[in-house]
Design a binder for this molecule. Structure first.
Ligand code: FAD
Length: 428
C-alpha cells in the first residue's frame, strides 16, 4: 500500500522507492518493519558493520512513524511503572537509569540528523501544560527533579500568566517549559534514516510483507517472493503486524489516534497563538497536543479511539478542541486530517524481548515513540552485538497479558481508558 495522504506525505522531501524482495538473501540481521524502530535499528547495526536487510510491507514510514504529532518528548512511556518495578531492588540507581535513558533518544536523533544531513525541520522547545490546578504540584516536583539532575537551564516552571503570554489561550494552570525536547517532521526523519542505512549497505525493501518468521538455529523471514536467512531477526512491526501471535498476543493494543493540520497561518497569527514556537501537550490521560509546522500550519492531535475502530471524521472531531484552545483560529481551514495506529501497553512500559532463541522484538511505546524507538534501536543493536545490560532490564519487566483478546478485541483497553477519562471529567 502507498502512504495515506497527510501533511507529512504532502511535504515529503525524499521520493526514493526501494525495491521489493525478489529471490533469496542471506544477512546477519533481518528486520521486519520500516518505521522508526526498524530504520533506527538498521542504522545502528549497519554502523557497527553488520549486514542488514529490512522488509517493509508498504512504504518506509507508512505506519505511525509517518503520521504522528512530531513531538520528541523527554519521557519514556511507562516510566512510573518502570520505577515501581525497578525501585524495589535498585532504589536511586533505578531513578538515575530511567532519567538518563529518557534523553538518549534525543541525543541519537540529533547526532543522526547532523551526521547524515537529514532535513526534517528540527526545532526545540516543549510546553507541558497543567490542565487542572491539582496537577501543578506534580509539575513542580518534576521541575525540582530535573534541576537536581542539572537541567536548570533547560527546564523551567511557567506560571499561569507566563503560559498565557506564550500561548493565546486561557486554558492552562501553568506548565513546564522544556528546551531540550524537540519537534520535527517525523516522516522525513524516518526516510532520512532509511537512506542512511542504505548508504551504509543495508538492503531496504518496500512492498515486501513478511508472511512468516522462523526462529531457532536457522532464522528466516518468509515473503511472497523470497526468503531471507539471517543469524537474528528483529520484529519492529508495532501495532500493524500480526506475526508471532502465540508469543505476543494480548500484550499490545492498537489505539487509533487522530491528527490534522490547518492551512498555513500568517506570520502574525502564528506568533500570536504560539510566541516561542513550542510544541504543546496537556496533562490529561487523553490529551491534546499541537505544534506549528515549518510552513506555519497548526498541527493538532488528540482524542483517541481505544476501541480499535477508525475515526470517521477526524477534522470534525478535533476542530472543537482546536477552537476551544485558540478561539482566534475559529475560521481557519483544515488542510489535512488523518489517523494512525499507536501500540498501547497496559502498564505503558515498552514491550521488548526475545523468543525462539533468535527473534528479538521492540514495540508498544504508548504514544511516545519518536525518542523511544531510537532508544530501543540502540538497546536492540547492543543486545544483538552481545551487550545485554539494557535489553535485559527491559525484557525483565512484568507485563500483563490480557487473555482472549482475539475475541474481546480492544474491549479491556477501552474500558480502562473510559474509566480514566471519567475520573478526569469528575475532577474538572
Ligand atoms: C496519530 C499519532 C500521533 C503520535 N504522536 C506522537 C508524538 O507526537 N510523539 C511521539 O513520540 N510519538 C507519537 N506517536 C507514536 C509514534 O508515532 C510511534 O510510537 C512510533 O512511530 C512507532 O514506530 P514503529 O517503527 O515501532 O512503528 P510504525 O511506525 O507503526 O511502523 C511499523 C511498520 O511495520 C510495518 N509492518 C507491519 N507488519 C509487517 C510485516 N508483516 N512485514 C513487513 N512490514 C510490516 C508496517 O507497515 C509499518 O510501516 C503517535 C502515533 C500516532 C498514531
Amino acid at each position: 500500500m502507498q502512504r495515506i495522504d497527510n501533511y507529512y506525505t504532502a511535504t515529503v522531501n525524499d521520493t526514493t522507492h526501494y525495491p521489493a524482495l525478489e529471490g533469496d538473501l542471506s544477512v546477519d540481521i533481518a528486520i521486519v518493519g520500516g518505521g522508526l524502530t526498524g530504520v533506527a535499528t538498521a542504522v545502528e547495526l549497519a554502523e557497527r558493520g553488520f549486514s542488514v536487510a529490512l522488509c517493509e510491507a508498504n512504504r518506509i514510514g507508512w505506519g505511525a512513524s509517518g503520521r504522528n504529532g512530531g513531538q520528541v518528548t523527554g519521557s519514556l512511556s511507562g516510566e512510573q511503572a518502570m520505577l515501581k518495578q525497578l525501585g524495589k531492588t535498585h532504589g536511586k540507581a533505578a531513578e538515575d537509569f530511567v532519567w538518563h535513558l529518557r534523553w538518549e533518544g534525543h541525543d541519537i536523533i540529533r547526532e543522526r540528523i547532523a551526521r547524515y544531513d537529514i532535513k526534517c525541520d528540527l526545532k526545540t522547545g516543549h510546553l507541558h501544560t497543567a490542565w487542572r490546578e491539582p496537577d501543578v504540584q506534580d509539575f513542580l516536583e518534576t521541575v525540582e527533579i530535573a534541576h537536581s539532575y542539572g537541567m536548570e537551564d533547560d527546564v523551567s516552571w511557567e506560571t499561569t500568566e507566563s503560559v498565557h503570554e506564550m500561548l493565546d489561550t486561557t486554558l492552562y494552570h501553568g506548565g513546564i517549559y522544556n528546551k531540550r525536547n524537540l519537534h520535527l517532521h517525523s516522516l522525513n526523519l524516518c526516510l532520512g534514516e532509511a537512506r542512511a542505512a542504505a548508504s551504509l549497505g543495508a538492503h531496504v525493501f518496500e512492498q515486501t510483507q513478511v508472511l512468516d518468521i522462523k526462529g531457532g538455529r536457522n532464522p528466516q523471514l518468509k515473503t511472497a517472493n523470497g526468503i531471507i536467512s539471517a543469524r537474528k531477526i528483529v520484529l519492529a512491526g508495532n501495532a500493524y503486524h500480526r506475526l508471532a501471535r502465540k508469543q505476543l498476543n494480548g500484550y499490545l493494543f492498537p489505539a487509533i489516534l487522530g491528527n490534522m493540520t490547518t492551512e498555513p497561518l500568517s506570520d502574525e497569527l502564528a506568533k500570536q497563538i504560539n510566541q516561542h514556537d513550542v510544541a504543546v501537550y496537556d496533562s490529561r490521560m487523553v490529551l491534546d497536543y499541537y505544534r506549528l509546522t515549518a510552513d506555519k500550519r497548526l498541527m493538532f492531535g488528540g482524542g483517541t479511539n481505544y476501541s480499535g475502530r477508525d475515526i470517521d471524521n477526524v477534522a470534525a472531531e478535533l476542530k472543537p478542541s482546536l477552537v476551544n484552545t485558540f478561539p482566534a483560529l475559529k475560521d481557519v481551514k483544515i488542510s489535512h486530517a488523518w489517523t494512525g495506529t499507536a501500540g498501547i501497553v497496559m502498564n505503558r512500559i515498552p514491550l521488548v524481548g526475545k523468543f525462539d532463541r533468535n527473534v528479538y522484538y521492540a514495540q508498544g511505546y504508548s504514544g511516545h515513540g519518536i525518542a523511544t524507538s531510537h532508544i530501543m534501536g540502540e538497546v536492540l543493536a547492543e543486545a544483538l552485538t552481545g551487550t545485554l545490560e539494557k535489553f535485559d532490564v527491559f525484557a525483565g519487566f512484568d507485563h500483563h497479558r490480557v487473555p482472549g483478546t482475539q475475541w474481546l478485541g480492544n474491549g479491556m483497553l477501552a474500558l480502562g481508558m473510559w474509566y480514566y477519562q471519567f475520573k478526569e471529567k469528575l475532577a474538572d
